[in-house]
Design a protein around this ligand. Structure first.
Ligand SMILES: Cc1cc2nc3c(=O)[nH]c(=O)nc-3n(C[C@H](O)[C@H](O)[C@H](O)COP(=O)(O)OP(=O)(O)OC[C@H]3O[C@@H](n4cnc5c(N)ncnc54)[C@H](O)[C@@H]3O)c2cc1C
Length: 508
């Protein structure tokens, strides 16, 4: 078949979500030549989440599994130290319900969590009197007692982009808006056909393949090779309501059907409500949204209705089917299926934000040895781009003293709006100095196509972080979309088209 160009590599990663980019980063850092293709923008699938909980294990919700809990807590801390600028402490409140009358199970689970978690990063779990706690103010009076525990918030979309950035800086080629259409075994290993958004076709000769297509991994394998993964599809529904909580606490509630519902404050003035997994063949976003509203109304005094929803989505997520396969992996929330008839083809099933680094490490361990690459695991001790706030090595200081970093940046760039510097410090960490390298005063920030969004940032995102459209910028590189009116997206797309045309005209 005719291809516009041909490329060779050791490893082709299909899918630019968190798992795919983490694998590309790890493999590139071990010296493999890597190409990653993403059919849309980076982090446009499950990883499009903004702030999400890192370890996500709910105390008391399942049988206590010491090794799994220890690993999840350790990974959470590694992630927060490696990417301190995009992480924050999350405090989660669980109101006690009638079904949990004695609460002994929860007390035991929280004691265990306190025992296993390091105490230098996050506050300990404890019981709380909700009648006298700020998080209790929004709840109905019957919820007078509960528990509070810690996890980390991390911006999952930015984490994905930072993994891609680190992969690229390690030599990987990142091709966004490029779908993998076909794969075939070949003498070298695999031949893959990619197609870009302008119809440009690229052939890839690769020694190994990773199928990290997220919720589409099973369909991809079925279409490409007629094989199925050992996975079940779950639908995860999220709704965003225009309702502000007067504090930063999140809540963990239980829906009438037993599902866990997370209620999480989002800036500015929104609340994100999500339910973990229904296993229906087709997602029923309307029914799920109604269930989420009903759950919130059972716990909170202020009622919400489907009309309050400003945005909703249901995403397909794969979960490993085979419990034994799951148990063989270090983390129990994913499995890696290797099709090793000849050249390696590894498919990723499931995972979570907290397990992505380790999943990538295991995936690359499997592949690297088959490709004769002997580079060892390295990502647990390496900051993600911008995470080196106080030295190159990941440190707790970067989390604990993050506000000092912001303060110092505000002083250094005292000519720039303080709110802009605070936002950039959260988004770009130490890379803020790169964004501002050529700026001496406010006019060097350039035009401001939207309030608070300057040309200096737009150029950086388009040149260094693969942003091409307003949606890439407003929803996946920043979360400014939440604070801006709907028309903002079209206005920014107009600015991007105009400035791209001007650059093109200047170049020819
Ligand atoms: C609603 C929801 C809420 C969640 N909440 C949490 C949470 O609170 N905490 C937590 O730890 N985890 C959470 N998770 C799980 C977490 O988001 C994922 O584990 C993580 O984002 C990794 O996703 P991924 O990379 O495997 O898939 P995705 O992010 O979906 O990436 C797969 C990518 O592959 C691309 N692709 C597909 N086919 C092709 C092709 N043929 N060619 C090129 N590209 C292709 C897609 O466009 C997509 O971008 C949640 C997931 C969902 C869906």
């Amino acid at each position: 078949m005719y291809m516009d160009s041909m490329l060779d590599c050791d490893l082709l990663v299909i899918g630019g979500g968190l798992n795919g980019t983490a694998i590309a980063r790890d493999a590139a850092g071990r010296g493999l030549s890597v190409i990653l293709c993403e059919q849309d923008d980076l982090a446009c699938g499950a990883s499009a989440l903004g702030p999400a909980l890192i370890h996500g294990l709910t105390p008391g919700s399942q049988a206590i599994d010491f090794p799994a809990l220890r690993i999840a807590l350790t990974e959470r801390d590694i992630l927060m130290r490696c990417a301190p600028h995009i992480s924050k402490t999350a405090r989660i409140v669980m109101p006690q319900t009638g079904a949990e009358r004695s609460g002994w199970k929860m007390r035991t689970a929280l004691r265990l969590q306190n025992l296993l978690a390091g105490r230098d990063l996050l506050p300990a779990a404890r019981e709380i009197d909700l009648l006298h706690h700020v998080a209790g103010g929004a709840l109905r009076p019957e919820y007078s007692h509960g528990w509070i525990y810690s996890d980390g918030w991390i911006d999952a979309a930015r984490l994905t982009v930072l993994n891609a950035l680190d992969a690229a800086e390690g030599g990987a080629k990142i091709l966004t808006r490029t779908a993998c259409r076909e794969i075939q075994r070949s003498q070298e290993g695999w031949h893959a056909s990619l197609r870009g958004s302008r119809g440009i076709s690229t052939g890839i000769r690769t020694r190994a393949l990773v199928n990290a297509a997220g919720g589409g991994a099973d369909d991809f394998l079925q279409a490409a090779l007629g094989k199925r993964l050992s996975a079940r599809a779950l639908h995860l529904t999220q709704i965003l309501v225009r309702r502000a909580l007067s504090h930063d606490y999140a809540y963990l509630l239980h829906a009438a059907d037993g599902r866990q519902v997370h209620v999480m404050p989002q800036e500015p003035g929104y609340t994100l409500i999500s339910a973990l997994g229904s296993e229906e063949a087709e997602a029923d976003v309307e029914a799920d949204s109604a269930l989420l509203c009903e759950t919130v109304n059972r716990y909170f005094t202020a009622r919400i209705a489907p009309q309050d929803i400003v945005w909703s989505r249901s995403t397909v997520w794969l979960s490993p089917l085979d419990r034994q396969a799951r148990a063989r992996q270090v983390h129990a929330d994913y499995s890696l299926e290797m099709d090793s008839e000849e050249a390696p083809l590894l498919s990723v099933i499931g995972g979570s934000i907290g397990s992505a680094r380790q999943l990538a490490e295991e995936a690359v361990n499997c592949i690297a040895s088959r490709l004769g690459c002997h580079g060892g695991a390295w990502t647990a001790d390496a900051c993600l781009p911008g995470g080196d706030l106080y030295g190159l090595a990941p440190s707790s200081r970067s989390i604990v003293e993050f506000s000092n970093f912001v303060q110092a940046a505000k002083q250094q760039y005292s000519w720039a709006p303080a709110a802009l510097i605070a936002r950039w410090a959260r988004c770009y960490g130490s890379r803020i100095h790169k964004l501002l390298a050529d700026c001496r005063d406010a006019k060097d920030l350039g035009a401001q196509p939207l309030p608070g969004l300057y040309e200096a940032e737009l150029r950086y995102l388009m040149q260094a972080e693969w942003a091409q459209t307003a949606a890439d910028i407003l929803w996946r590189r920043t979360r400014l979309g939440l604070a801006l009116p709907k028309e903002a997206e079209a206005a920014l797309d107009g600015w991007i088209a105009e400035s791209t045309a001007q650059e093109f005209a200047a170049a020819v």
